[in-house]
Write a protein that binds this ligand. Structure first.
Ligand code: AMP
Ligand code: MG
Length: 308
């Protein structure tokens, strides 16, 4: 079956429309990549009306649940989804929504915060490699080693805590890190890990509104940290760092999706459909039993039936 045929059919929607939605935000080659070409408020024009979008969200949650079962049963591939974004872009909500139908046993979510002493005593990939998804599993990284070319690049003084030998901390450091990441993801892909990277692309104005909502609504206060405002002041530097990271590491085997994130429903949709497309491209199947294993099942069945 063609990728996305199932979700498209459940809505009477041409598959090519879903493909086009993904093609618009999928980066597999950084050569001409510019963030300014990606509108955070995009909702794919008039591709869907609202009830259709809701139905598509529901269908994609369900489809993902089926695919995850197959992934688990087949036990060959694994899927790593990396989420990066500015604060309040909706990483947590997107992860919660997209994974809402999936068996928790098949998914592992790892959140990467400010590195602790044990992390800092190792190379920068170390803490992420420890929690990569096993075969058959989905791994979700809420932030990742990309922070090392984002927040650390914007605040290079953070490097001091990493205790790199001074002769290795030269001007080429960021290029070397990006190269290391690209190589690492190539390695993962060759080991059977599907790597998908999502940049939830929120506008500065939408971030302002969401921060205000966090301040105004008591049950959202906990989400606000004064550090968020401090980082907002570095908006331009972050955009440049994101642009360079995406350009250097977008590849066919490890695509970036620049997800328009000003409208949460649309971001959820793009992420869900992108994951479905990637899994469907694998042509996952339940493992087939050998003849002798079939015979064993038959035997077990007879035994159980004879007990009745
Ligand atoms: P949050 O995800 O909002 O709880 O915030 C986690 C914070 O940890 C963010 O400000 C990240 O930028 C920061 N962080 C994550 N990874 C790193 C890293 N490798 N180096 C420095 N700060 C990091
Ligand atoms: Mg935060």
């Amino acid at each position: 079956m063609h990728p996305l045929a199932d979700v498209a059919e459940s809505l009477n929607l041409p598959r090519r429309q879903l493909r086009r939605m993904l093609d618009g935000c999928r980066i597999t080659d950084g050569k001409n990549f510019a963030l300014k070409d990606h509108d955070p408020a995009d909702t794919a024009g008039h591709l869907f009306d609202h009830p259709q979008a809701d139905a598509l969200l529901a269908a994609s949650v369900q489809r993902l649940s089926t695919l995850q079962e197959l992934l688990y049963a087949q036990d060959r591939w694994s899927l790593l989804c990396i989420f990066q974004a500015m604060d309040a872009a909706g990483k947590d909500g997107t992860i919660k929504h997209v994974m809402s139908g999936v068996n928790p046993q098949g998914v592992q979510v790892s959140s990467f915060k400010v590195p602790g002493p044990e992390d800092l005593a190792h190379d920068f990939l170390w803490r992420c490699t420890r929690v990569l998804p096993e075969r058959g599993r989905i791994g979700i990284f809420n932030r990742s080693y990309y922070e090392e070319v984002l927040v650390v690049r914007v605040h290079p003084e953070l490097l001091e805590r990493q205790r790199l030998p001074p002769e290795l901390a030269g001007k080429k450091l960021w290029d070397h890190r990006l190269e290391a990441i690209a190589d690492f993801e190539g390695y993962l892909a060759r080991q059977g890990t599907i790597v998908l990277k999502f940049f939830l692309n929120i506008s500065k104005e939408e971030q302002r509104k969401r921060f205000l909502a966090r301040l105004e609504q008591p049950n959202k206060n906990w989400k606000f940290s004064p550090a968020d405002i401090r980082e907002r002041a570095f908006w331009g530097d972050y955009q440049t760092a994101f642009e360079q990271a995406i350009a250097a590491t977008g590849a066919p085997h490890a695509p970036w999706f620049v997800v328009p994130a000003d409208h949460k429903w649309f971001a959820h949709l793009v992420v869900g459909v992108a994951i479905i497309e990637a899994l469907e491209t694998l042509d996952l199947k339940y493992p087939e039993l050998a003849a002798e294993e079939h015979a064993k099942l038959q035997e077990a069945r007879q035994q159980l039936e004879s007990e009745a």
